[in-house]
Design a protein around this ligand. Structure first.
Ligand SMILES: Nc1nc2c(ncn2[C@@H]2O[C@H](COP(=O)(O)OP(=O)(O)OP(=O)(O)O)[C@@H](O)[C@H]2O)c(=O)[nH]1
Ligand SMILES: [Mg+2]
Length: 432
């Protein structure tokens, strides 16, 4: 499947359905009155980021997106059906721009993220809506609202943690194939890689996504070579691995050329953390290595890693340095993310926090106060005397149930005498 990272889409939402003019006509019902229903709502145009897409190639073939129109209202006060929404499925990392390609509307960076691009028209009111004491038989209804139309530019900027940048033939694709399961095309001619390739790198306990980008050459910002449009895929990276072919001459000059291109591209790419690596060390003559490394260190002003994508030399050190920078950015982002505590809205949600929450919502402070008040006090457990060894356990003390009388001891009331049936008959006879 071809990779496509820019697409133009013509979209239109659905118009609303017209309101209906109808009158009730039934046998034995005089003055039936207005009876026309409202029109249905037109469908929206929605963009949704989905996990299993990697390219915008679908929009090369389907450039028109149209939502369903709302159905007209009907007699018997029947409302028309709403039009179906048109959902544009795009890969994660897609940015949606207005027709000019510069005004950003939405940036879909997480799977499942949705944004409404165009609103469907509302349905028109039927004549039932307009009945009043002064106009008891309105013979008009409202038309549905018209649809909205717009042209959108979709730009995919891959979500990678690190990007590989360098001149053509620097060994970028070889590096990616060495450190991940990705199998990009490798050849000894320039511009072998024409589209970005992604690979997942596992190092120690962490993993990250590495993007192999096409080669940059002098004047790329003016369109020379493949241009610099693909640098958009490095915009979201935490770090850039700048590879320089060590077998060539003028490594410092090559480094400066690429840096100039990054600065010309803008979008904060030149300010990103960068790791510099002198590649193809297996093919560099021993006597030239120190000289080239020193020249590169002077030009870049930082430590230069000496690596080889073919022999694997120095690769784990570079990957660890990249993982560290990626980890730092992940930690900074996690710290900066606001913790959103949503206030409970429905009654069920409020009662999940406090089961005595009132049916009608109160302010959060009032509810908290109520929850504290309604909580039962915790009682201390009863203290009991420890039983001494060899002694019988103490008898439970009976407390008098009634208050003692003022002058003396409380007297227990005698239990009512219980007589058998024989005794009762005897008593009865005696009374007579
Ligand atoms: N000796 C040696 N050769 C290498 C090394 N890495 C890459 N090469 C060779 O360099 C040539 C170009 O390698 P690629 O990985 O295709 O280079 P690239 O940077 O992806 O090139 P483009 O896609 O054209 O930008 C191939 O012939 C590789 O075999 C290395 O570490 N040592
Ligand atoms: Mg390549």
């Amino acid at each position: 499947m071809r990779f496509l990272d820019v697409a133009k889409v013509y979209a239109s939402s659905g118009p609303g359905g017209n309101g209906c003019v109808a009158f009730r006509r039934e046998k034995f019902i005089e003055y039936g009155g207005p009876y026309g229903g409202d029109g249905g709502r037109g469908g929206d145009v929605v963009a949704e980021a989905v996990e299993n897409l990697n390219t915008l190639i679908d929009y090369r073939f389907q450039q028109h997106v149209k939502a369903g129109k709302g159905e007209g209202g009907k007699g018997k006060v029947m409302t028309g059906a709403n039009g179906a929404d048109a959902v544009m499925k795009v890969p994660v990392g897609t940015q949606i721009y207005e027709e000019d390609g510069e005004s950003l509307i939405a940036d879909l960076t997480e799977a499942g993220q949705r944004v409404r691009l165009l609103r469907g028209g509302n349905g028109g009111f039927g004549n039932t809506h307009f009945k009043s004491s002064t106009n008891q038989a309105p013979d008009f209804a409202m038309p549905g609202q018209p649809a909205q139309e717009a042209i959108f530019i979709l730009k995919l900027k891959l979500i990678a943690d690190a990007g590989l940048i360098g001149m053509p033939n620097a060994g970028k694709s070889t590096f990616l194939s060495r450190v991940s399961a990705a199998r990009p095309k490798i050849a000894d001619y320039p511009f072998t890689t024409l589209e970005p390739q992604l690979g997942v790198v596992k190092i120690d306990e962490s993993d990250f996504v590495l993007a192999d980008l096409p080669g940059l050459i002098e004047g790329a910002h003016e369109g020379v070579g493949l241009g610099d449009r693909f640098l958009g895929h490095a915009e979201r990276c935490a770090t850039i691995l700048h590879l320089i072919d060590g077998t060539g001459d003028g490594v410092a000059k090559t480094y400066r050329t690429i840096r100039r291109e990054l600065e010309a591209y803008g979008e904060g790419l030149a300010g990103k953390p960068e790791i510099v690596a002198l590649n193809k060390v297996d093919a560099i003559a021993e006597k030239d290595l120190a000289k080239k490394k020193a020249a590169l260190e002077k030009a870049s002003g930082q430590k230069v890693h000496v690596i080889s994508g073919v022999s694997g030399e120095g690769i784990s050190t570079v990957l660890r340095a990249m993982a560290r920078q990626i980890g730092d950015r992940r930690a900074a982002r996690a710290a900066a993310r606001p913790v959103i505590v949503r206030e409970p809205v429905t009654r069920a949600e409020r009662q999940a926090r406090n089961f005595k929450a009132p049916v009608v919502a109160k302010s959060a402070a009032a509810e908290l106060e109520m929850a504290v008040k309604s909580a039962r006090p915790v009682r201390a457990p009863k203290r009991t005397k420890p039983v001494e060894a060899g002694k019988p356990p103490p008898k439970p003390r009976n407390k008098p149930k009634s208050k003692p009388r003022a002058g003396g001891k409380a007297k227990a009331r005698p239990a009512p005498a219980r007589h058998s049936a024989k005794q009762r008959a005897k008593k009865k006879a005696a009374r007579r």
